[in-house]
Design a protein around this ligand. Structure first.
Ligand SMILES: Cc1cc2nc3c(=O)[nH]c(=O)nc-3n(C[C@H](O)[C@H](O)[C@H](O)COP(=O)(O)O)c2cc1C
Length: 401
């Protein structure tokens, strides 16, 4: 079984399925999540069509992509669509992206009124246009600002659990995850998810499990470990090694929604079935495309499907040459015409199990606002649309009930 170059082969103990009672459900306020598996919020990926597809394979908590609080509150049509769901999705979970307590609190309140049952806050975004203005992964650099944001969401959400998701920090010399964990705990967050890489690392290298262990030891709220869950046994070994209360699965399920069935099997003590062959994957792709078309309409749905075509077919014979045609498909029939080039009984290629879909392996120098590190004690929201007085009055009103 091929692993990445720098990873030792798993031992049989690493690959062992769960023993009865070995793991507990993940408790987030009133929610009990079994298996303790969370679909990572992923922009352009974890919309309702993909969440509903994953849920057909296995159980867990399936989080929306990040939804910008400002766009949502302004009633931006696409933002509202991306935050939406269909009847029967439960627990319904939405990730908020925002750096202004009033926006984040008001959005949390609106989501709860709309039936959302779990809210996650994004404090890990490494994108330069976000960190340059003090948003995303720059926020935990200022623990008092982070506290203000978490508090606003927790109070506004009432009984609905709020979790936060962070990275290890900006770079190895500016780690923020332990401070973030303490803030999350103090402000009433139900859990903290740690993507165990820094913003400088983006998606390169291996997730640092020792940081997850450190966070587990530092806080009393549940810690969700995130990074490099490619196969079901990765989830179990991460929980065994770090003591985390659950895992967040990102790139491993891109083009592999059946990973959630494998995870359910492994946590329930069953040996997961082998991955589907190409014929079955074609059926899953048709199902996925139909869900995207139902949700976005044919034109946008099929444009969205193009990247999925690449992810579903990675590693299959002829996939590299089929890619040029797959990224142009405009209908399901177009897609099938290309997929017919590969025999349906072709088995899933071993080398596609741990293929890095979705993001490259580059790193970056993280850009922060001028003078940002000299004001780490500051709690002023960056680029707020509200005056400090308006914000303070709103926070007083929120705390008053
Ligand atoms: C395409 C893509 C989009 C992402 N969008 C978000 C997002 O909207 N919110 C967020 O908190 N993290 C986002 N992430 C990060 C993932 O949630 C996750 O933390 C990261 O991929 C590490 O997990 P993995 O190693 O299992 O992929 C994104 C990742 C990818 C690959």
């Amino acid at each position: 079984m091929p692993l990445t170059d720098d990873q030792p082969d798993p031992t049989p103990a690493d690959r062992a399925v769960a023993r009865p009672g070995e793991f507990a459900p993940l408790t987030l306020g009133p929610l009990e999540v079994w298996p303790p598996v969370v679909l990572a919020p992923m922009a352009g990926v974890t919309n309702y069509p993909f969440r509903s597809l994953c849920r057909e394979f296995g159980a867990g908590l399936f989080v929306s992509e990040m939804i910008t609080a400002r766009g949502y509150l302004n009633g931006h049509e696409l933002t509202r669509l991306l935050a939406s769901s269909h009847e029967g999705e439960s627990p319904r979970s939405v990730q908020i992206y925002g750096s202004d307590p009033l926006d984040v609190g008001e959005m949390a309140r609106a989501l709860v009124a709309d039936g959302v049952e779990h809210i996650d806050l994004n404090f890990g975004c490494p994108v330069p246009k976000v960190t340059r203005h003090g948003g995303g992964s720059a926020i935990p650099v200022k623990p008092r600002l982070l506290a203000r944001l978490v508090r606003a969401a927790v109070i506004a959400a009432g009984d609905v659990p709020v979790t936060i998701k962070v990275r290890k920090g900006i770079a190895d010399d500016l780690l923020t995850f332990l401070d973030a964990g303490r803030v999350a705990e103090a402000e009433g967050a139900a859990a903290i998810g740690l993507h165990a890489r820094t913003a400088a690392q983006l998606y390169s290298g291996r997730a640092d499990r020792s940081a997850i262990t450190e966070l587990v030891n530092a806080v009393s709220i549940p810690v969700l470990g995130n990074g490099d869950i490619w196969e079901s046994w990765d989830a179990l070994s991460m929980m065994r090694e770090t003591g985390c209360a659950g895992v967040i699965v990102g790139r491993g399920c891109l083009g592999r929604p059946w990973l959630f069935r494998e995870l359910s099997d492994a946590f329930d003590g069953r040996t997961p079935a082998p991955p589907p062959n190409f014929g079955r994957i074609t059926e899953i792709m048709i199902d996925h495309a139909e869900r995207l078309i139902d949700f976005f309409g044919e034109s946008t749905g099929m444009k969205q499907m193009r990247k999925w075509c690449t992810w579903y077919t990675v590693g299959f014979p002829g996939s590299a040459s089929a890619r040029a045609a797959l990224v142009r498909v405009a209908t399901i029939d177009d897609m099938l015409a290309v997929l017919r080039r590969c025999p349906p009984d072709t088995p899933f290629p071993d080398n596609a199990l741990r293929a890095n879909r979705g993001k490259g392996s580059r790193t970056q120098d993280v850009t922060l606002p001028e003078g940002y590190l000299e004001q780490r004690d500051d709690d002023t929201p960056p680029r707020s649309a509200h005056s400090p007085e308006e914000l303070a009055a709103w926070e007083r009103a929120l705390q008053g009930g």
